[in-house]
Design a protein around this ligand. Sequence first.
Ligand SMILES: [Mg+2]
Length: 283
Amino acid sequence: MKYTKYTLSTVATIALLGTAVASTAVKAEPNDLLNATLWTQTSVEFKAASMASYKLAEVMLDRAIADKNWTAALEQGDNYQNKPTAVILDVDETVLDNSEYEAWLIKANTNYSSKTWGPYVDAAISKPIPGSKAFIDYAKSKGVEVFYVSNRKAPGEVGTRKNLANLGYYVNDKIDTVLLRGETKEWGREKSTRRAHVAKDFRILLLLGDNLGDFVDAKKATLADRNAILAKYSDNWSSKWITIANPMYGSWEGASFGYNWKASGEEKRQMKMEAMKYWEPKQ
Ligand SMILES: [Mg+2]
């Protein structure tokens, strides 16, 4: 009798577990975003690469502080040598990790939309990019001001500030250092006007970002244009301009299909295929 009861309860438990697994399992549809998101969210390689970028930034920060003629901003202008110092960081995929939003896009089999991105920003649940908080704390300890220049839209400022505060990031409460897109008429998608705004009062020591536009305006730049920009500023990369890897999205993707975001998924995939060079095995 006892044995029977045990068996029945075991069967019931297994059945319940089976139901739980079935209800939470995500159907694995083919999706171009899967590997990039998986790598960003789960790999130690991504974490280590981010930490390396931020460790390099600390080393460069010390050099930048010591050299009064050092500036990272093309917008710096003249007579900056004795201004107080600052660094400028992008937010998304530079300070905040939004891979859970990207993972949801895959799960829901849908594309980025401001209708879903807005509530995600307001929820203030992004995770920290590894190494970013330690770097920001280091900059603060050296008396360097920290500016966050993001293309999150102005209404997202409450959620963005809440998210940064919840994760313990330093944000100046005396001057506005969270500069979002559309806060003023001049602050559009291109970030040079916001870099110029910071440069008026600060010597900009470093720029940190995951996107070409975090360093230099490159609107509608072709793949060839982008490579020319890389070459033109070869001295800045990895010294004044520090990059964080983002394989999930960015202007690199738009450049591969001529920024034709309205094209269908199939058309975009076709243009991406055409953007690559191919090895051909010998017959
Ligand atoms: Mg970004």
